[in-house]
Design a protein around this ligand. Structure first.
Ligand code: AN7
Length: 355
């Protein structure tokens, strides 16, 4: 393929959406699968680890795969406006694709709980950004009701087109590896992405007879409804993208875990932030904190002896770019050193140990 024109151009014939002849696209998808041997060692995994770097999508997260599909489908159906609830990335993505389609976009976010780069995107792309004094889960209830009562299409992952778009990432991983990985690891919030990957891998299996991966999902300890088997009324985690207490695709997540003989674990914020720092510092791959939950989950599952990855091929999905959330990087690792504006002072500093 000479020119990459997005996931609908590439995979539209295998996506159950309307309007594939007239895609609303920003050339999303086609993200790199990056081998990460140093990170695999640092995490003690003993496997061949690859990072699916979804932060390199046009608005900086995996949501763009689903959003090109949802907005293309909505436009083909005659919609003039879209709406979503969001912990940030869905908002930025919906806003960008709506702009591209010439549609209105309203995003509802939990006040004060969304990373700066995501808010900046949503505002820049011209969405109406509305904050509530409540959680993502409450915001999702509100936009579901609003989309029932007003002429506006819901583009959260309850929208089937979102899943149809996001499943393409599974196919890209298989293409890049030339095989199905033994394990796929990813963070789980509203559980749209785990649903989409599982659909993608299953469809690949049905088309080719090749095997299926096992899925490892990770939730933040303070927002782990699927792990603990009950709704979390007041979810809390510094990984704000996955601060979700009542996932919309809970039952599909359970299905993916059961059918793949998978695992789902709760990881603490410290474990998430450790993995987040390690990915950037050992491989130069900067993701946002939530994205590192899958890595933290792999490390924990191996440590606890719940899985053995020795000699296995593992793909970990890094769902969003680190630049989405600059304050997390600086808060947790403020290693800026100061010297007078003199070369001598700089050379002296370089001889000493880092602060
Ligand atoms: C970086 O943007 O829910 O399990 O509103 O931004 O499919 O929800 C974001 C979720 C993982 C979890 N990593 O994916 C939103 C939103 C990042 C994310 C998830 C999100 P799902």
């Amino acid at each position: 393929m000479a020119v990459w024109r997005g996931v609908i151009a590439r995979y539209g014939d295998r996506m159950a959406i309307r309007g594939t002849d007239r895609p609303v696209t920003l050339n999303e998808g086609g993200t790199p699968l990056i081998p990460a041997p140093r990170l695999a060692r640092a995490l003690g995994l003993g496997c061949e680890l690859h990072l699916k770097y979804e932060g390199l999508n046009p608005t900086g997260s995996f949501k763009d795969r689903g959003m090109t599909a949802a907005v293309t489908d909505a436009l083909a159906g005659g919609a003039r406006a879209v709406i979503c609830a969001s912990t940030g990335n869905t908002a930025a993505s919906a806003a960008a694709y709506a702009a591209r389609a010439g549609m209105e976009c309203v995003v509802l976010v939990p006040d004060g709980k969304i990373a700066m780069g995501k808010l900046a995107g949503a505002v820049a792309y011209g969405a109406r950004v509305v904050a509530i004094d409540g959680s993502f889960d409450r915001a999702l209830e509100m936009v579901r009701e609003a989309s029932d009562r007003a002429p506006v299409v819901l583009v959260n992952s309850l929208n089937e087109a979102r899943i149809e778009g996001q499943k393409t990432a599974a196919w890209e991983i298989v293409e890049a590896l030339g095989a199905v990985p033994d394990w796929l690891a990813l963070p789980v919030g509203n559980a749209g992405n785990i649903t989409a990957y599982w659909r993608g891998f299953r469809e690949h299996h049905e088309a080719t007879g090749q095997g299926l991966p096992r899925i490892l999902g990770a939730q933040a300890q303070g927002a782990a409804p699927i792990v603990f088997g009950r709704r979390v009324e007041h979810p809390e985690t510094r990984a704000t993208a996955i601060r979700i207490g009542n996932p919309a695709r809970w039952s599909q997540a359970l299905e993916a875990l059961e059918q793949s003989r998978g695992e789902i674990l709760a990881v603490t914020d410290d474990e998430i932030f450790d993995a987040y720092r390690l990915a950037a510092a050992t491989e130069g791959v900067f993701c946002e904190p939530s994205s590192a939950a899958g890595l933290a989950g792999l490390r924990k599952a191996v440590r606890l002896g719940r899985i053995d990855l020795e000699g296995r091929t593992v793909a970990a999905v890094l769902t969003g770019h680190g630049l989405k959330d600059p304050s997390s990087a600086l808060d947790c690792d403020l290693r800026i050193e100061k010297v007078p504006a003199e070369t001598e002072a700089l050379l002296d500093l370089m001889q000493g140990a880092p602060a």
